[in-house]
Design a protein around this ligand. Structure first.
Ligand code: FAE
Length: 542
């Protein structure tokens, strides 16, 4: 798996192009088209001058790159993580949830699994330090899980693609026109991401969703609304996995450290389309460290560290960009902006920078079922259903898998809750790092909301919470989030379309714009908001 960033970059470009042209044979026989500026497959060069530079290749970055390129603007995408398209010695690109290796984690020497224990025993193991695909980034009060690599969070997430209820939108993004979002941008995002729904008839018989059917039975017996949840996983592929006719991915324990098959990550959707324009270049294993106004001129000087797979800087490049799009994710974008403001590089950013950060109210728990309610040895890693108690209790709970390969009699849930707690990023000059003011105790609000569902189910079913999954007999996994949101909130740190106050040509276009909560899983909203904002930016600024 050790390779030069340059070769990783060139393979990504070629693969992406082949994916969009449909048939590899056809593409090979016609050859690759000559890419316009910048050169195909080469990592960005020192001294380059580019019209648009996008920091990060997650949802916001992929939307920005595609729409800019379609409008004729050449785009350089800078991504700190690797390109993930090469199998390791086991023949797989990504490891399973149950057997993480160096590919699983971003620069850690020990795994940090969200479900850290099993039957009480700790399951984390030592691994080689490597630029793996999942970052468990630790702040004082919370661990924030994020995807690292070309495709960002789309590489590691469960693909749950949920459009929030329109009636709840005003609480999510109060300054954004809901009617326009639901008429134009949510449909555009859903189409671009390839969102689909499970076949409800197949669901009733599929062995891999016994755990979800048990989840439904318990939810409904306690009077809760239970709902299917759309996903970007290819549902026909999953049917074939269950039938045993294709190589398994979701049914082989792959998800949080990547899926080799089935999941439509951004690499198969927005990024493939962006590369097919011939105007987009991606530089993996490149990390942006500074964005500074060109002295006495226009545009921005962007400083970029090129990394090797041990995370060391092997080169530092300086390029000039007319426009810079911050799409490094809620944490990545916030950390950059907070540091650049505090250290006087971008002093005109306003006082809202770093504020309004939330965890989407994430909290996890497990329930111990009776022996007559087995959840199944074979579990699809892709959740397909949820329990909606938002209006009455402030919680929406995914019925999550526990894909261990053995019967556990456990039901696992990830709840998204209506917490109002918001933290702030701030620069710590003594450590040279950005801190986050999140308090672990704040999760009690989320626990209380999740309990409105699970206390009732336990009471109705005569069951109890599992205490063997999170260490120290804890019932609640209250130390993490998968859904970081905010830090450069729209209409506060930026105008109502993501233009950063204080600097022309600097934009935020990722989850940092959303103030802390989306009532459901966030990436469809991040994508739809990016589609809306880039429309406005293209119409007025380009
Ligand atoms: P993101 O996708 O995080 O992309 C940011 C990119 O920027 C990353 O590739 C970074 O490596 C890169 N980057 C950061 N800093 C720099 C820098 N300085 N220089 C260069 N590159 C940089 O941002 N959401 C759902 O809606 N449904 C789900 O089922 C779901 N499941 C999840 C499961 C897991 C385990 C995790 C971790 C997340 C899950 N999420 C889910 C959350 C979702 O993936 C997340 O909200 C989006 O990925 C955020 O999109 P952004 O565009 O904001």
């Amino acid at each position: 798996m050790s390779e030069s960033p340059r070769s990783a970059s060139s393979r990504f470009t070629r693969r992406g192009f082949l994916a969009t042209t449909g048939a590899a044979v056809g593409a090979a026989s016609i050859g690759l088209p000559a890419m316009t500026s910048p050169a195909a497959g080469a990592a960005i060069g020192n001294g380059a001058q580019v019209p648009a530079l996008v920091i990060g290749t997650g949802y916001g970055g992929a939307v920005a790159a595609l729409r800019l390129a379609q409008a004729g603007v050449p785009v350089e995408m800078i991504e700190m993580g690797m390109t993930w398209d090469t199998p390791g010695s086991d023949g797989k690109i990504f490891p399973k949830v149950t057997s993480p290796d160096k590919r699983a984690y971003w620069l850690r020497t020990k795994t940090k699994a969200p479900v850290s224990n099993f039957f009480g025993f700790p399951i984390d193991s030592n691994i080689e330090r490597y630029t793996g695909v999942l970052d468990a980034e630790e702040f004082a009060g919370i661990t924030v899980y994020q995807g690292r690599g070309v495709g960002g969070g789309s590489l590691v997430n469960g693909g749950m693609a949920v459009t929030p209820k329109q009636s709840r939108f005003a609480s999510i993004l109060p300054s954004v026109d809901a009617a326009e979002m639901y008429a134009t941008y949510y449909p555009r995002a859903n189409a671009g991401l390839g969102v689909g729904s499970i076949d409800p008839t197949w669901f009733e018989s599929a062995a891999c969703y016994q755990y979800a059917r048990v989840g439904r039975k318990h939810a409904q017996r306690s009077g809760f609304a239970w709902t299917f949840v759309p996903d970007v996983y290819d549902w026909n592929y999953m049917k074939a996995e269950q039938a045993g006719t294709v190589t398994r991915s979701a049914l082989d324990g792959q998800v949080m450290y990547g899926n080799d098959h089935g999941k439509k990550s951004l690499v198969q959707t927005y990024l493939a389309q962006a590369l097919a324009t011939g105007r987009v270049n991606v530089s993996p294993l490149h990390k942006v460290t500074s964005v500074a106004p060109v002295p006495g001129g226009s545009g921005y000087t962007v400083t970029i560290d090129q990394l090797n797979t041990s995370g060391d800087t092997v080169a530092t490049k300086t390029v000039t960009a007319a426009k810079v799009f911050f799409a490094a994710g809620s944490v990545g974008t916030s950390k950059l902006l907070v540091r650049l403001k505090a250290t006087g590089v971008l002093p005109n950013l306003n006082a809202e920078i770093g504020k309004g950060w939330g965890d989407n109210g994430n909290v996890m728990c497990g329930r111990a079922n009776h022996m007559w309610d087995p959840t199944g040895e074979l579990q699809s890693t892709i959740p397909c259903s949820g329990i909606d108690n938002w209006d009455a209790g402030g919680a929406f709970a995914e019925v999550a898998p526990l894909p261990t390969g053995i019967e556990t009699y456990a039901s696992l849930y990830l709840s998204i809750t209506r917490t109002t707690r918001r933290a702030e990023f701030s620069w710590n000059p003594s450590t040279g790092k950005v801190d986050l003011s999140w308090q672990t105790a704040w999760k009690q609000d989320s626990i209380n909301m999740a309990k409105t569902i699970f206390d009732k189910i336990n009471s109705k079913e005569g069951t109890i919470y599992r205490t063997d999954l999170f260490g120290g007999y804890k019932i609640w996994q209250d130390g993490l989030t998968y859904h970081p949101l905010g830090g450069a909130v729209i209409n506060k740190a930026t105008d109502n379309y993501g233009r950063l106050h204080g600097y022309d040509g600097l934009y935020v276009i990722d989850g940092a714009l959303i103030p802390g909560n989306t009532t459901v899983n966030p990436f469809v909203t991040i994508t739809a908001l990016a589609e809306r904002n880039i429309d406005n930016i293209l119409a007025n600024d380009v």
